[in-house]
Design a protein around this ligand. Sequence first.
Ligand code: 5AD
Ligand code: SF4
Length: 439
Amino acid sequence: MTNTKKLFVKTYGCQMNVYDSERMAEALGSEGYEQVNSPEGADMILLNTCHIREKAAEKMYSELGRLRPLRDANPDLKIGVAGCVAQAEGEEIMNRQPLVDLVVGPQTYHRLPKMMEAVNAGEKALDTDFPEEDKFLKLPKARATRGPTAFLTVQEGCDKFCAFCVVPYTRGAEVSRPAERLMGEARDLVARGVREITLLGQNVNAYHGAAADGTWGLARLIREMAKIDGLERLRFTTSHPNDMEDDLIAAHADCPELMPYLHLPVQAGSDKILKAMNRKHTAAEYIRLIERIRAARPDLHLSGDFIVGFPGETEEDFQATLDLVETVGYGTAYSFKYSARPGTPAAERKGQVAEEVASERLQRLQTLLTKQQRAAQDDMVGRRVKVLFEKPGRKPGQMIGKSDYLHSVHVEGPETLRGQIAEVEIVESMTNSLTGRLV
Ligand code: 5AD
Ligand code: SF4
């Protein structure tokens, strides 16, 4: 019998990191580690990092610095860095922060148990390969029951090479996981209590997985998963406009399990900037695409990502982004100041935009996006929506869940609602959530 050791995992960045963190915890679970909710008293701390913008990496370094007192208090504490900063900076992390015992990339975390042997023997371990083998095949199969929602990685990597983005370098080339295996994992999740699955990929709508009867695209995968008994809801993220194929648009019309919410980043509204970003479509093409998707699913809530201050962006270019946002209308959106990432083509370009200019543009864009988000949320008041309840709320007697449109909704209701989908009438729109009444 080995003693249980405590593992604390902190996750930065995207939903795929959230998913990877779960899988890493499972992998270490078979090594006797049990996950805990705070770093104090942990035997192992793992930071699962994000490299998409500069601040994210800096956050990781300051977090590592804050762990020093814990190490001083417990010299046996092991500290690891996983994820995309680990992939991109590897050895540099070990050199810059001697507290770090282990560095593991997103494609090699199935090797964690082996790496821990070295770490426990007092060595440092680093693995940032892009191995031939499939990590998902090597990972232990989890059996524990779990909450009603889950992520499932179906595709990883990106071949698009947008000029600003590190993903093609940190996550590698596009790889789709075999369709039947995903069907099996989806059935397993449902057997463990999951009612809603979000299919994940850096370019998820480019999914093309091998199956016995040929290759499945994302639409086929969604349609097949929708047939699984007990699986009530499907979502997918994140997508590229150029991979929004007809069948996927059609699925938004005729597959009731596919939720009316779509994250479809456009990044900018100026054709000149879109071209410089290597997005390979124009603003008009994007707007036309959104019209087609909304024709299929009129109540769709659209979400997006925007970058302001991309090299060469003039006030007029930025105005085109504001115009596009006005035209399209978003339910949710994420906007960022351009951050030059080493190794990406845009980092070397002339015409880098001054910090103050970018900050001011970001503020104007966020004001507009917040107004749209508010309006979309307020518009739910008085409507009846279906809510999948996930957990108790902060106040006693309260339960929280998500609507089809991904709004957080809380109601007065019994704990037995957990894992159930119930009809709710929305009575009030709060800052970040809706209040409803069970119908
Ligand atoms: N600078 C700012 N934002 C970026 N994103 C990706 N790379 C950068 C960068 N270098 C944003 C994009 C992408 C989201 C995940 O992060 O909007 O869609
Ligand atoms: Fe990055 Fe563009 Fe690929 Fe998205 S599509 S991961 S922004 S390169």
